[in-house]
Design a protein around this ligand. Structure first.
Ligand SMILES: [Ca+2]
Length: 303
């Protein structure tokens, strides 16, 4: 019985230490904690068998074992809730569809279970959870609005957030620490630019908050190019502009578009660029095949 309790304690403590923070799901990195618990239980089990400790009366030996177990458990919780690195997923506004490109499909009990599946999977960058059927869909890219074919479904999506901005690759963080971005001055098509960003677990830059307008000006201040690709497209439904995370982009004036845009010129402009011009900088729609510099952004854990 005692033996069973120790197993349950280990399992339960691992489960309970997973945490919710608003729209984000946070799972603590409990590997070492769980490993130490599991290792302890194993040693304990072998010891019990070795001394044939089947008596109902608790021996001094068992008391010591329980005390040590308690110390490991408590210190593990302190470690997990404090200093251990965590995996964090951000719920994105994109919802209501099931996108193709699924690498794994399983049934889970809750969205948290889906986050755990994504943690276990190699290269999982985002996941979808069907709130009706409780199906869990894993993706090895950050799932994005407009890119992949999609069917109507009750699916919500989460992006894996990074703990660290890769400054060694030339990325910089803004003063708030919430945005990590880099201007790439070599020119690429919009789709190839997306692939480049994906290699760093990121996406093309989003201007889904007012403060990010200033960041674009900072990032492009030394660029000699007129156009810089950003993370938005109306490739699926003409005129339906969304940032990659599903946030709708207003078109009616006043807006961040330069006057008269988007105009879908030549019926072939479905990718967003920032157009830098003296006096009239702003958003512009571009032919996705026209090579341009671009800005990548790494979704960061602001906590
Ligand atoms: Ca268009």
């Amino acid at each position: 019985m005692l033996h069973l309790c120790l197993y349950l304690t280990s399992y339960l403590s691992c489960y309970l230490c997973g945490d919710w923070t608003g729209n984000n799901i946070q799972l603590h990195n409990l590997f070492m904690f769980c490993f130490s618990n599991a290792f302890f239980v194993l040693i304990y089990g072998i010891s019990v068998l070795a001394v044939k400790g089947t008596s109902c009366k608790m021996s001094r030996y068992k008391e010591m074992v329980l005390i040590v177990q308690g110390i490991i458990w408590i210190s593990g919780i302190i470690l997990a809730s404090g200093t251990c690195p965590a995996r964090v997923w951000k719920k994105i506004p994109l919802a209501g569809k099931l996108f193709s490109g699924i690498t794994s499909e399983t049934a889970v009990l809750s969205v948290k279970g889906c986050a755990e599946k994504c943690t276990e999977a190699v290269n999982c960058k985002s996941f979808g959870f069907n709130t009706a059927s409780k199906k869990c869909y894993l993706y090895d890219v950050l799932i994005w609005a407009g890119g992949l074919s999609a069917d109507e479904a009750d699916v919500v999506y989460y992006w894996a957030l990074k703990d660290r901005c890769p400054t060694n690759l030339g990325y910089t963080q803004d003063s708030s620490g919430s945005t990590c971005a880099k201007l790439f001055s070599d020119v690429k098509t919009w789709e190839d630019a997306m692939k480049e960003c994906d290699q760093h677990d990121g996406h093309l830059f989003l201007v889904d908050a007012p403060f990010k307008k200033d960041l674009i000006l900072n990032l492009t201040q030394n660029s000699s190019s007129t156009y810089t690709y950003l993370g938005a497209t109306d490739g699926n439904i003409e005129g339906d502009w969304k940032w990659l995370n599903g946030v709708t982009i207003p078109i009616a004036s006043p807006s961040e578009w330069i006057p008269g845009r988007p105009d879908n010129y030549g019926n072939s402009q479905h990718c967003m660029a920032f157009k830098k011009e003296s006096g009239s900088s702003g958003l512009d729609d571009r032919d996705c095949a026209d090579p341009s510099p671009f800005i990548c952004e790494i979704p960061m854990n602001e906590g």
